[in-house]
Design a protein around this ligand. Structure first.
Ligand code: PCA
Length: 211
């Protein structure tokens, strides 16, 4: 059976949990539209995260790859449009490294586009009543780093498609940050996988972008 590789991240920045890791644990082993979901939790560490992802790509030869991370502060499930060749960490990663103003890959292209049908995913989630928007930037921390390395590893041709989706926090964190219950996040990512397997070419309709 063909596989979908779904990755999340371990907690970082002093947080006790990371919803992206919990979504991966919930969906690993599921069958979605004739594909088996293979789950992988990546370390929140520059370099090592990308190496572990590349090893999984070699091992699993997935038909589709979706990497997840949390973006606390966002209220919606946000498929990312573009990965940029720039590491600029606001805080240290889980190994204590804090690269600033450096390319992800020296001499690499400035950016790669996601090959997920980002607009179709947002439309499908919205129809289900889940908050969703296309995001124009995955930031410059470990999520963007992994996203860039993923698109580079998948290579041109688009036979193996993939991309990155940021999810909101799964609780208010004792404050007033926006959040979305984990059950809704799991439902949303399952639907995103289903949509990405069904829709080969993204729509061009207006809307869907975060303001
Ligand atoms: N979010 C961070 C890295 C790991 C994660 O879940 C980010 O947005 O870069």
């Amino acid at each position: 059976m063909p596989t979908v590789l779904l990755t999340g991240f371990e907690p970082f920045g002093g947080d006790a949990t990371n919803p992206s890791q919990d979504i991966v644990r919930a969906l690993a082993g599921r069958k979605i539209a004739g594909h088996r979901v293979v789950g992988l939790v990546l370390p929140c560490v520059f370099g090592r995260s990308a190496r572990e992802l590349r090893a999984a790509l070699k091992r699993e030869r997935p038909a589709l790859v979706i990497c997840l991370g949390v973006a606390a502060g966002r209220a919606a499930i946000t498929p990312e449009r573009v990965a940029v060749n720039f590491d600029d960490a606001r805080i240290p990663d889980n190994a204590g490294a804090q690269p600033t103003g450096r390319p992800v890959v020296r001499g690499g292209p400035a950016a790669y586009f996601s090959t997920l049908p980002v607009k179709a995913i947002v439309a499908a989630l919205a129809r289900r009543g889940l908050p969703a928007a296309v995001s124009p930037t995955a930031g410059t921390f470990v999520c963007n780093h992994v996203f860039y390395c993923l698109m580079r590893a998948l290579g041109p041709g688009g036979r193996r498609r993939g991309g990155f989706i940021h999810v909101p926090a799964a609780d208010a964190g004792g404050g007033t940050r926006p959040w979305l219950p984990l059950a809704d996040q799991i439902e949303g990512i399952e639907l995103a996988i289903r949509t990405a397997l069904r829709v080969r070419r993204d729509g061009r309709g207006r809307g869907g972008e975060i303001a």
